[in-house]
Design a protein around this ligand. Structure first.
Ligand code: SF4
Length: 100
């Protein structure tokens, strides 16, 4: 499954929460709503380097569980619920290894 284009998901406002319909009212409490200027960082992150700032914002979010479940249900890419997703699958950082 390919990532939907912004037009397909109705991306027209400054944050994802104003344009992606989500069940319930939990989106109102998302920490990212306090940082609308960073919306692209959440949706465009494809690596942990790109995800560092949004993941930091998610760390203080009271609705991360709901957000992660929703992102996974959409098979989304980017940062959702304090995780980096690719096609809805949680990505993990590779463990650091020292060069020998
Ligand atoms: S978990 Fe992160 S992306 Fe989801 S609502 Fe909270 S701050 Fe936003």
């Amino acid at each position: 499954m390919t990532r939907p284009t912004r037009e397909q998901i109705g991306f027209a406002a400054s944050t994802i929460w104003f344009t992606i319909p989500a069940p319930g009212s939990w989106t109102e409490d998302g920490e990212c709503r306090r940082h609308p200027g960073y919306a692209d960082l959440f949706t465009d992150a494809q690596s942990f380097e790109q995800a560092d700032l949004p993941l930091t914002i998610c760390a203080d979010c009271p609705v991360a569980v709901q957000c992660l479940a929703y992102g996974q249900s959409l098979r989304a890419d980017g940062v959702w619920g304090g995780e980096l997703l690719k096609h809805g699958s949680v990505q993990r950082r590779l463990p650091y290894r020292r060069a020998s």
